[in-house]
Write a protein that binds this ligand. Structure first.
Ligand SMILES: Nc1ncnc2c1ncn2[C@@H]1O[C@H](COP(=O)(O)OP(=O)(O)OP(=O)(O)O)[C@@H](O)[C@H]1O
Ligand SMILES: [Mg+2]
Length: 312
């Protein structure tokens, strides 16, 4: 199984979906995570942004979606972009495929084709990022069906709270149709620090609470330049502020994806002996978080007296 599948989704155009998909995927891959980037947008911006020449794409996501998955050779779909990063590129033909009467539309399992395609790639990848088109159709629905989480970039620069609410509501309606819980992470993007943008950011937090990622992707000219050179920013400008934003985002996603640590009780009859030693060591790792009590590791050295009282 691919452990985490992120659909990067928002029907609003130009809010930073592709930029997030490309750069987050590249940062994850650089950390040694086997990463797949799937372009579900007929505009095929992922290929351009990663320097994959469109004329050399033999098989695209569109072909693969409608292919017989039992006999599909996925190696003809995947482009190795860098160590640990593969791209499943798209082409314009995805538009026709999605349209009523198109190949995808006429399939009985039309909204599960991407999920099925990911099944063919079992064991190859740890993370998958899906770049969605700026509309709500069969392609976006396929992405959400296949996803374990959704990332919703919301521009703070041209942001209106009403717009963001509408965007979130539409995605919530789609997730409801999927019929399974899909955590949604709202990602403030294209953020240019200004009093207005800061106010809007604050409103975003007030409206959506914990759904808003505690990370901001600021507006960086470097990101625009990187795209025109066909490189993720981690390659184009390593160490830049732009890269740092995506590193922080990757850190946070790793953090929330970490399985809860078990609560371990180590008790000791006193301050001496093996059990006391283990408890002392564990205390060093003890995390006491009121918000996440499930994450705490509790080590306890019981005073000899107390214990003797309870077990006379
Ligand atoms: N943080 C940023 N800083 C500077 N430029 C950015 C940033 N994010 C995106 N851009 C630029 O804004 C434009 C739109 O970004 P992007 O293509 O990522 O949005 P999108 O949501 O994928 O658009 P679409 O809906 O058309 O697919 C691009 O030119 C991109 O280079
Ligand atoms: Mg895009």
């Amino acid at each position: 199984m691919i452990v985490r599948v992120f659909a990067i989704v928002n029907q609003k155009g130009g809010c930073g979906k592709t930029t997030t998909a490309i750069n987050l995927a590249a940062v994850a891959a650089n950390r040694g995570v086997r990463t797949l980037l799937i372009d579900m947008d007929p505009q095929s911006h992922c290929a351009a942004g990663l320097g994959v020449p469109e004329e050399r794409i033999d098989m695209s996501v569109g072909d693969a979606l409608v292919a017989d998955h039992a006999s599909l050779d996925v190696t003809s779909l995947l482009w190795q972009v860098s160590r640990n990063l593969d791209l499943a590129p798209s082409t314009m033909m995805l538009t026709a495929l999605e349209a009523p009467g198109g190949g995808l539309h006429s399939m009985p399992d039309r909204d599960r084709r991407l999920e099925s395609l990911l099944g063919v790639m079992n064991g190859r990848f740890d993370y998958c990022f899906i770049d969605c088109p700026p509309n709500i159709g069969l392609l976006t629905f396929n992405a959400l069906r296949a996803a374990t989480e959704a990332i919703v970039p919301v521009e703070t620069g041209y942001f209106s709270l009403r717009g963001a609410r509408r965007q979130r509501k539409t995605i919530a309606a789609l997730i409801a149709r999927v019929g399974r819980r899909i955590p949604c992470h709202i990602l403030p993007s294209l953020h240019r620090p200004s009093p207005l943008a800061r106010t809007l950011l604050q409103r975003l937090h007030e409206s959506f609470g914990d759904e808003v990622a505690p990370v901001i992707i600021r507006e960086h000219e470097t990101l625009r330049e990187a795209v025109s050179f066909g490189q993720p920013v981690i390659e184009f400008a390593p160490g830049s502020e732009a890269e740092r934003d995506f590193e922080h985002l990757a850190d946070w996603l790793e953090e929330i994806g970490r399985p809860s640590q078990p609560i371990v009780h180590v008790e000791s009859r006193g301050t001496q002996g093996r059990a006391a030693e283990i408890a002392r060591r564990m205390e060093q790792f003890s995390v006491q978080s009121p918000e996440r009590p499930d994450r705490s590791v509790i080590a306890r050295i019981e005073p000899e007296q107390e214990r003797d009282d309870r077990h006379p």
